[in-house]
Unconditional design. Structure first.
Length: 464
């Protein structure tokens, strides 16, 4: 009997799980590779077992969907159709003749590497938060919005007793509600966009009553917890000595500038801030996949332009769990058929394709409204750190552009070291580009994460 076709799914969030289940159900041998100790990704992040959480579902609004994914994974793992590799941190994917080698670092120490070989690869690598700098943003107590949510979901801890949630985008409401429900005093939710601007997208929004109802539920919870919501406002500075003590909030005019005299100081010991999400594309770029803007470009089957490589979820565009599930299912069905030398039957994923189309349109409308203020650069003082890893202030970036003639992010990086640190520009990249007045450029790195030299010097072992 010949060996079943092999698929490596990188990422066990909604997209990766949906793809793995769909492919395994149709005969593909699937290896699910994920950095976390448990499946679920960022969206279905679980509390550590040792914490003894009695009601983990209280932290999620799609718990039943997660239970179906979790139980489906357990069934396929038990039947030998899926191999689930946890705490495997993928640092590179390379082509080997007609197959692929997925290199991963093992465990918390990440000092040993193994390789998973597969005939096809699905990149379900998710996304990460975009945070734009402002004076005081490096103070202890300032965290990303997603970071605050992760602390609550996985550690059952609050970033502080009195919080301000600020920035822009649909993530802010669930973060504020989650913190308030867990016992924090949320002094304010500060949104730089104006929800009234969504009116011009009324047709698109009306086609998604479930999303509107979800937003209404969050709004009701904010009102119940007496959270003050300030739209067309922004945090212009964070204050404190050893840690955060207060923030200054100000109103924005239609050009994104601070309205003179509108500044107000809000006492708090934690600030959860985020300005949207960006796709993780490192592995896709290493493989040579084409990007569409900042996202991995895919066709109707979620195939990239590199044969044998599919992508699904936030890597192909930020759109939430429901969109990731739809894309993952389509990818899984496509991969199972293509590995069996067949074209997938469109009717098998017609429902998912319809959901994908509608949700992409919905989130395009939301993204059109929830954008960072146009004039945010003007509020970044010269002494504000932009690259935290290398401690590069805004003044150095402005000098590189204005006096040394840098005209792109790479040249700024070479002149200032901004983006050369541990995160390799993932955190500061958008800010550096904004201050330099140029578009962010993809950085094709050979590795998606830092790798010990010892790992590179020795032959990795086989994971499966």
């Amino acid at each position: 009997m010949s060996e079943r076709p092999r698929l490596a799914v990188i990422g066990a969030g909604p997209a990766g799980l949906a793809a793995a289940l769909a492919a395994a159900a149709r005969g593909a041998a699937v290896t699910l590779v994920d950095a976390a100790p448990d499946a679920g990704g960022q969206f279905y992040r679980q509390p550590a077992a040792g914490l003894g959480a009695r009601r983990p579902g209280a932290l999620h609004h799609q718990w039943r969907t997660w239970e179906r994914l979790r139980d489906g994974l357990a069934t396929h793992v038990g039947a030998g159709r899926i191999t689930h590799l946890t705490e495997h941190h993928v640092w590179c994917v390379e082509r080997e003749s007609a197959a692929f080698a997925v290199h991963a670092l093992l465990g918390p120490e990440q000092e040993e590497s193994v390789v998973v070989r597969a005939d096809a690869v699905l990149l379900a690598t998710g996304g990460y938060e975009k945070v734009l700098p402002f004076p005081g943003w490096t103070l202890p107590g300032v965290v990303t919005a997603g970071g605050a949510q992760a602390m609550l979901k996985s550690g059952l801890v609050l970033p502080g007793r009195t919080a301000v949630v600020a920035g822009t985008g649909p993530l802010l409401m669930p973060v504020a509600v989650g913190l308030a429900a867990a016992g924090a005093k949320v002094a304010a939710l500060v949104e730089s966009a104006d929800p009234k601007d969504l009116v011009r997208h009324a047709r698109v929004l009306a086609a998604h009553p479930d999303k509107l109802a979800e937003g209404a539920r969050y709004a009701a919870e904010l009102a119940r917890h007496r959270v003050k919501v300030q739209v067309r406002h922004t945090v212009v500075a964070a204050h404190g000595t050893d840690r955060l003590e207060a923030v200054t909030v100000a109103a924005l005019d239609t050009d994104g500038r601070v309205r003179e005299g509108s500044e107000r100081r809000v006492a708090c010991d934690s600030l959860a801030v985020g300005h949207g999400m960006l796709p993780h594309t490192d592995l896709a770029e290493t493989l040579g996949c084409r990007l569409d803007g900042v996202s991995v470009a895919v066709d109707d089957e979620q195939r990239t332009d590199v044969p044998g490589v599919w992508a699904a979820g936030e890597a192909t565009g930020i759109g939430g769990a429901a969109l990731s599930l739809a894309e993952g299912r389509i990818a899984g069905l496509s991969i199972a058929a293509r590995l069996d030398s067949r074209a997938p039957e469109p009717s098998s994923y017609a429902r998912a394709a319809k959901a994908r189309s509608g949700l992409r349109e919905f989130f395009a409308a939301v993204d059109n409204v929830c954008t960072p203020p146009d004039r945010w650069v003007e509020r970044v003082g010269d002494d504000t750190l932009v690259c935290r890893c290398e401690e590069v202030p805004a003044a150095a970036i402005r000098e590189a552009v204005d006096e040394l003639g840098a005209g792109d992010v790479r040249t700024v990086k070479l002149l200032t070291r901004a983006g050369m640190g541990w995160c390799q520009g993932r955190m500061c990249g958008p800010a550096v580009a904004g201050l330099a007045g140029c578009a962010p450029t993809p950085a094709r790195r050979p590795f998606a994460r830092p790798v010990p030299l010892g790992v590179l010097a020795r032959e990795p072992g086989e994971a499966v």
